[in-house]
Design a protein around this ligand. Structure first.
Ligand code: ADP
Ligand code: ZN
Length: 518
C-alpha cells in the first residue's frame, strides 16, 4: 500500500498542509538525493526527514547533539504511533541493548543517535549490515568550525558518506552563514546536494536600535508603548536579570526573572505562566528560549549586546510567531562592545578567536548600520537583498543619503583588481593611493584603481564598504582572513545597472545610535 507524503502528514502527524519547502525536501529525499536545509527555528525541519523515514524502506538514522531534544522528539513520534528510539549516553546498558536488538530486528523506523555513539566502536559496521533509509544530520552547523556551536566530535561525521554511498543524506540547520554552509557541504562529501534555503525574513518584526545611555529609563519608555503585551527582555548576566526584573516589578510591571541559576521548579513555573499569559514580561538570560513556542510575544528587548547575529536573530525571532506586528529593541552601548571584545580576546584557540571576533564585529556593524536593518540581517545569512523594508528604524527615519554609484563602482573594481584577495584596509589604502611598503611590495601602486578614491577619507570608505556588504554587493570571506570578495550581484553595480543611494558616514557610532527612533 503506498501513501503519499501528504497522506502521512495528515494521518500520522495530524497536520493539513505542508509549510514552505517541506514538500520539495521530502520529494528529494524520496528520490534518493542528498539535501541541505537551512530553515529558521520553528520552521518545521523535523518533518522533512521524519516523513521520508516513514515512506522509505529501513531505518532512518538521525544524528543529533542534543540529548534533551532527542528525547522530546522520540516521545512525540511515539505518541503519534511511530516506532522510534534513541541511542545515547543517557541509556543504561540494558536499555541500550534493547534498542540495538530492535534496530537489528527491523523494528525501528527512526533511530536518534548522538555523534559519540554513532562514531564509537563498531556502530557504523553494525549499520552497514542493515537497511538504512536515510541519514539526517540535525544541527549540522556543529560540523563546522565556522558555525555557531562547533563540536569537534561532529567533524568525523563526514566519513559516513564513504560507508553509505547509496543512502541519501540530509543536513539541517537553523543557523549557518555563507562560510558555514560551504564548509558543511564540503565536510559531508555530499553528492550534488539539493540546497533548500528558506527565507529568514520576518516581515512583521520591526527592528530598532538605540544608543544605551540610561537603560532603565529607556526600557520603561519602551514598555510604555507595549503595555499589557507579552515580551521578553534579554540581559547578559544573571545578576543583571535579577536587577532589571526587580526594577520592573517596582514599576508595577508584571515581570519575572528567568536564568539557569534558578531552581528548576521556579524556571518551569515562569515558563508556564508566561505561556499562559499570567505574566507579561520575562527578564532572562539566553537560557530562556529553547522550546518556547509562544505565538503572541509582541516584543523582545536586548538590554545588552548579543555576541553574534545568529544569537540576536534567534532571540528576536521569538517575537511575532503569530505573524502579527511585533517590535524588537536593542540597547546598544559602547561599553558593552568593549566588554564583549575583551571576552573574545581571551579565547585561547586562535582560529576560534578569529571567528568570534568576526561575528562580534558583524554584530556591531549591524547596530551601527546605516542601511535597512533587515537587509543587514538577511545579507548576513546570504539572502541577498537590497530592498528597503519600510519596517525598521533606519527605513522609517533614514540617514542623509548621497549618490553612491560611482563610489561603489570604484570600490568594487578595486576589490576585483586586488584579485579578491585583500581585506578592507588594503582596499581603502589602494583607493586612497597611499604610499607605503605594503602597497609598493605588492605592486599595488601599479593597479588602475590606485588612488582613484582620494575624495573620501579612510573612515568614509570604511563606511561605504560596510554598506556594500550590508546590501549584498560585497562579502567578507571569514574562512580566508576576511578578504573582500564580489558577490553574484556585484556585476549590477559595476555595469551601472543599479542606482545606489548610500548613507553619509557619521563621525562616531554614537552619532548614529543617537538618531531619534520613530
Ligand atoms: P524546527 O526543527 O525547524 O525548529 P520543528 O520541526 O520542531 O521545527 O517544527 C516546529 C513546530 O511546527 C512543531 O510543533 C511541528 O510539529 C510544527 N509543524 C511542522 N510542520 C508543520 C506543518 N506542515 N503544519 C503544521 N505544523 C507543523
Ligand atoms: Zn528596513
Amino acid at each position: 500500500m503506498s501513501h503519499s507524503a501528504i497522506d502521512v502528514l495528515q494521518s500520522v502527524f495530524g497536520y493539513s498542509q505542508f509549510r514552505q519547502n517541506q514538500q520539495e525536501i521530502i520529494n528529494d529525499l524520496l528520490q534518493g538525493d542528498d539535501c541541505f536545509v537551512l530553515m529558521p527555528t520553528g520552521g518545521g525541519k523535523s518533518l522533512c526527514y521524519q516523513i521520508p523515514a516513514l515512506m522509505r524502506n529501513g531505518t532512518a538514522i538521525v544524528v543529533s547533539p542534543l540529548i534533551a531534544l532527542m528525547q522530546d522528539q522520540v516521545a512525540e513520534l511515539r505518541a503519534n504511533g511511530v516506532a522510534a528510539a534513541y541511542y545515547n549516553s543517557s541509556l543504561q546498558a540494558e536499555e541500550a541493548n534493547q534498542v540495538l536488538s530492535q534496530l537489528h530486528n527491523g523494528q525501528l523506523k527512526l533511530l536518534y543517535v548522538s555523534p559519540e555513539r554513532l562514531l564509537s566502536g563498531s556502530f557504523i559496521q553494525r549499520l552497514q549490515q542493515l537497511p538504512i533509509s536515510l541519514f539526517a544530520i540535525d544541527e549540522a552547523h556543529c560540523i563546522s568550525q565556522w558555525g555557531h556551536d562547533f563540536r569537534p566530535e561532529y567533524r568525523q561525521i563526514g566519513q559516513l558518506r564513504e560507508y553509505f554511498s547509496q543512502v541519501p543524506f540530509i543536513a539541517l540547520t537553523a543557523t549557518a552563514d555563507r562560510a558555514t554552509r560551504q564548509d558543511i557541504l564540503h565536510r559531508l562529501h555530499f553528492h550534488s546536494p539539493k540546497v533548500h534555503i528558506s527565507s529568514f525574513d520576518r516581515p512583521n518584526i520591526r527592528y530598532r536600535v538605540v544608543e544605551k545611555n540610561n537603560p532603565n529609563k529607556q526600557l520603561l519608555a519602551f514598555l510604555q508603548e507595549h503595555r499589557d503585551e507579552s515580551g521578553i527582555i534579554y540581559a547578559l548576566s544573571r545578576k543583571r536579570v535579577e536587577e532589571v526584573a526587580e526594577k520592573l516589578k517596582q514599576q508595577g510591571i508584571n515581570a519575572k526573572a528567568y536564568h539557569a541559576g534558578l531552581p528548576g521548579e521556579i524556571r518551569q513555573n515562569v515558563h508556564q505562566q508566561f505561556i499562559r499569559d499570567e505574566i507579561d514580561v520575562v527578564v532572562a538570560t539566553v537560557a530562556f528560549g529553547m522550546g518556547i513556542n509562544k505565538p503572541n510575544v509582541r516584543f523582545v528587548v536586548h538590554y545588552d549586546l548579543p555576541k553574534n547575529i545568529e544569537g540576536y536573530y534567534q532571540e528576536t525571532g521569538r517575537a511575532g510567531r503569530d505573524g502579527l506586528e511585533s517590535e524588537v529593541l536593542l540597547l546598544f552601548g559602547m561599553q558593552d562592545v568593549a566588554t564583549a571584545k575583551h571576552f573574545v580576546e581571551n579565547i585561547s584557540d586562535e582560529e576560534q578567536r578569529r571567528i568570534e571576533n568576526f561575528k562580534l564585529s558583524s554584530m556591531v556593524d549591524f547596530a551601527e548600520a546605516q542601511t535597512c536593518r533587515r537587509n543587514v540581517l538577511l545579507n548576513y545569512f546570504a539572502e541577498l537583498s537590497d530592498k528597503s523594508c519600510g519596517n525598521c528604524d533606519i527605513c522609517l527615519n533614514p540617514p542623509k543619503l548621497f549618490d553612491g554609484k560611482v563610489a561603489a563602482q570604484k570600490a568594487l573594481s578595486c576589490v576585483y583588481r586586488l584579485n579578491q584577495g585583500f581585506g578592507s584596509r588594503q582596499v581603502i589604502d589602494v583607493l586612497r593611493g597611499l604610499d607605503n611598503e605594503k602597497i609598493r611590495s605588492q605592486g599595488h601602486d601599479q593597479l588602475s584603481t590606485y588612488g582613484i578614491g582620494k575624495e573620501y577619507s579612510a573612515q568614509e570608505w570604511s563606511s561605504i564598504l560596510r554598506q556594500l556588504i550590508h546590501r549584498g554587493y560585497l562579502y567578507q570571506d571569514i574562512q580566508n582572513y576576511s578578504v573582500l570578495k564580489l558577490t553574484e550581484r556585484s556585476g549590477e553595480v559595476l555595469k551601472g545597472k543599479v542606482e545606489l543611494q548610500l548613507a553619509l558616514a557619521q563621525k562616531t557610532a554614537t552619532n548614529i545610535a543617537n538618531r531619534k527612533s520613530p
